[in-house]
Structure formats: C-alpha cells, structure tokens
Design a protein around this ligand. Structure first.
Ligand code: MLT
Length: 312
C-alpha cells in the first residue's frame, strides 16, 4: 500500500470517511457530544465522520486504540477529563498521555448531576448523604470504570462523605443509566448530557448539580453547595485528539471544522437543551486543548493521590 506522504495528502485531506473513537459505550454522554459535533464537522469537511464506540477500562482502551493508529488524520479520539485523570489513576497506561497525541481542540465542558433511581428513599442531598452513610454496605454507586467522569465524581463524593461504597462499573453511563432507570443500581454522578432527558421524564431522581451556579436547563435543581455539600464542583471538559505525528496542516483543518461546528446553531441549541455550551474559538484550538490537558493532570494529581485511588 502507498506509504503516507504528508504534504500532498494533507492538502487534499480528507479524501475518505474519518473514524472518531468514543472510548465509552454508545448512548452515553461522550457519545452524545461526539455524534453532535461529528455530524456538523463532516458537513464542513465534506467527508463522513463515523463515531466508533470503543469502551472499557474507563476510557483508556479507546484512547490506546487511537494512540496506536496511523497518524493520517483518519482516526480521531473524542475524550473528556478522563484523559487527565487516567494519567494519574493508572500506574501503567498503554500510551504516554502527553506524548501519544496531537491536539485538535476543546469541545465543551459539561456539568454533572447527582442522580438516583426514581424510588430512592432520600428526599434531598443531605438526606442522601445520611442515608448512604447509614446504609454504606447496601448502597450501590454506578460509574463507567476507573478514569470515567462518573468515577471521578463518585470518588470525590466518597471522599467528601468519608465512606467507601460498592461501585458498579459499566462500559459507559449509557448502559449504567439503563440500570438506574430500571432500579438495578441506586445512584450515580453523571453528566447533564445523559441525565437531562431522564430527569425531565421523571425516570430518575436528581439531587444537585456539580456547578457553581444553577444549570439554566435544570432551573429547579440546586447546586451541591446550595444543597449542603460545599466545594463539590467538577466540569467535564471534552477534547478531540489525533495520533502523534498527524501533520499540523491536518489538525489545523480539523480544528477549523470543529470551531465551525461549535457555532452551528443546531449544535449550540442541542448543547443548551442538554445543560452545556460550546467551548470558545480560542479553546477549540490545539493550543487550547494542550494547555487544558497539561494543567488538569497537575490539578487532579494531588486530589487523586490524597484519595488513594489508583488502577493497576
Ligand atoms: C463517564 O462517566 O465518563 C461517562 O460514562 C462517559 C460516557 O459514558 O460517555
């Protein structure tokens, strides 16, 4: 097969469909963000962007798949804060987080909600904390594996209340949500991109958001601080990456398409309906994502180390 010739190929790029790997199961929050952005970007690029769900190991399996792919611009990764926390949580990752990828840009920062099965006894967040402490051996907390946003939020919650709970890992909070609605698991911390419709449909109970101010699309939901849990703020930022060695002309073209997608009225509206907003033009650049990733690894390192959580 013809080798990859940087220059010419970069100019004509893309000449065939692109794969965008989502490192979690279909139907979850990361998948939702990816499909919205991919659909809009593909219109600008003139080639289909096919979302490929590669779940497992809290998102690190999918990230590893992309790290090992050809740097030709036809395999991308859309991943969130888990890219940073996994760099600290995992004692040995199959890729070097800060040297295995090129950066395209930041996409959005999504709020989280503390949610439970609709018949869960506690009426409010204080009641939830009391109930969980009293029933710590019985209560089940769902997440999407070590390195997921739901894992990070659950870890912060357990640290805050000083309890270690039984956690139930899934390949994404898409499948976890199915079990929460089905009352097979008790509660979880998940992104508004996945919980908004279930909350509004009365399928799950919501206790609080992990934001400084209330989420406009969930005006009746108190922030964690209002509900009595201080310093419990975490926003799930998402970025698009390519394998190391992908030519800068290609990542620049992808970043331009991403910036356009983030101004697409349909994307902006869908994001707003789901409690989030697009990153700014300056954030949706290779530099914007690189700065975010490197600073977030350093921000979460002491928190994760203090919590004593890690994965082999
Ligand atoms: C997470 O907790 O990181 C979510 O599960 C990701 C997802 O499923 O999209």
């Amino acid at each position: 097969a013809a080798g990859f010739s940087g220059g010419a190929a970069a100019e004509d790029y893309p000449t065939r469909p692109i794969s965008m790997v989502v490192p979690f199961a279909a139907g979850g929050p990361t998948d939702t963000v990816a499909r919205l952005v991919a659909e809009s970007m593909s219109r600008d690029l003139g080639q289909q962007i096919l979302v490929e769900n590669v779940g497992g190991a809290g998102g690190t399996l999918g990230a590893s798949r992309v790290a090992k792919s050809d740097p030709d611009g036809y395999t991308l990764l859309l991943h969130h804060i888990g890219m940073a926390t996994s760099a600290v949580l995992y004692r040995k990752l199959p890729y070097d987080t800060l040297n295995a990828f090129e950066y395209v840009g930041l996409v959005t920062e999504v709020p989280m909600t503390i949610v439970a099965r609709s018949d869960f006894e506690p009426a409010d967040l204080k009641g939830l904390i009391d109930y969980v402490k009293t029933n710590k051996d019985k209560v089940t907390l769902a997440n999407a594996g070590v390195g997921a946003a739901s894992h990070l939020c659950g870890m912060l919650f357990m640290s805050k209340i000083g309890e270690q709970l039984t956690t139930v890992p899934y390949k994404g909070t898409g499948p976890a949500m199915t079990d929460l609605v089905g009352k097979q698991v008790d509660f979880m911390c998940d992104q508004t991109t996945n919980t908004t419709n279930q909350i509004k449909g009365g399928k799950i109970k919501v206790y609080a958001t992990t934001t400084k101010d209330r989420v406009a699309s969930l005006p009746d939901v108190p922030t964690a601080a209002e509900a009595g849990l201080q310093d419990f703020e975490v926003g799930i930022w998402h970025g698009v990456y390519a394998p190391k060695g992908t030519p800068p002309e290609i990542t620049a073209k992808l970043s331009a398409a991403l910036q356009k997608a983030l101004k697409d009225p349909l994307v902006v509206k869908r994001f707003a309906d789901l409690g989030t907003a697009p990153s700014t033009e300056a954030e949706a650049t290779p530099e914007g994502l690189k700065t975010k990733l490197t600073s977030e690894i350093e921000r979460w390192r002491p928190v994760i180390t203090a919590a004593g959580v890690y994965a082999d």
